[in-house]
Design a protein around this ligand. Structure first.
Ligand SMILES: [Zn+2]
Length: 183
């Protein structure tokens, strides 16, 4: 079981006079390594599945999907969107490490729903340079899951696109709701 290993208050900032959050992570790692035993796995995910999900802190993918160490590839970014870099990871996952199934997970209350592409122009005004990347913001999570499924299915680089399913995770109930692919 991975439970909290620190007995004191959990630092949330690196402000002066407080232990930095990263230092507490390093200490937690020492405790983890103390009891860690090499499971002797190779790098190929046991279940042959890659999960693309939002980076949201409320989404504990392994717990929510009953996954164990070594079971899957986890590809996370803001929104759980399928960008060129997501396709890069999925391509390596399928072609070099034998995964065949792709699970896409967005969630309720995603921060990407509060942003627009205007975010890029705000950045440009502030720093004098507009990022090359799209914000990939969306209003409707269901619709964005459908678009993500389409991007995976139509990628020329992915050999396995017959088992691709998309979901919205409810951060209040913990339940996944499947998004039917409308083709
Ligand atoms: Zn999110």
């Amino acid at each position: 079981m991975l439970t909290s290993t620190s007995s004191g208050a959990r630092p949330s900032t690196g402000s002066p006079g407080q232990e930095s959050v990263i230092e507490s992570l390093v200490q937690a790692n020492r405790a983890y390594a103390d009891v860690f035993r090499d499971p002797g796995m190779d790098a190929r995910p046991v279940l042959g599945v890659a999960v693309v999900a939002c980076m949201d802190a409320r989404l504990d993918l392994h717990a929510a999907l009953g996954l164990e160490l070594g079971d899957c590839h986890t590809i996370r970014n803001a929104g759980g969107v399928v960008t060129d870099d997501t396709i890069r990871s999925l391509t390596i996952s399928q072609r070099a490490l034998n995964t065949r199934s792709v699970v896409l997970i967005h969630h309720t209350g995603c921060g990407l729903q509060t942003l627009t592409e205007e975010f890029r122009y705000d950045l440009e005004r502030e720093v004098g340079q507009r990022p090359a990347w799209a914000v990939e913001s969306f209003r409707d999570a269901d619709q964005d899951v459908r678009q993500s499924m389409r991007r995976v299915r139509t990628s020329p680089f992915l050999p396995h696109t017959d088992d691709v399913r998309g979901f919205v995770f409810d951060v209040a109930s913990g339940l996944l709701r499947e998004i039917p692919d409308l083709g």
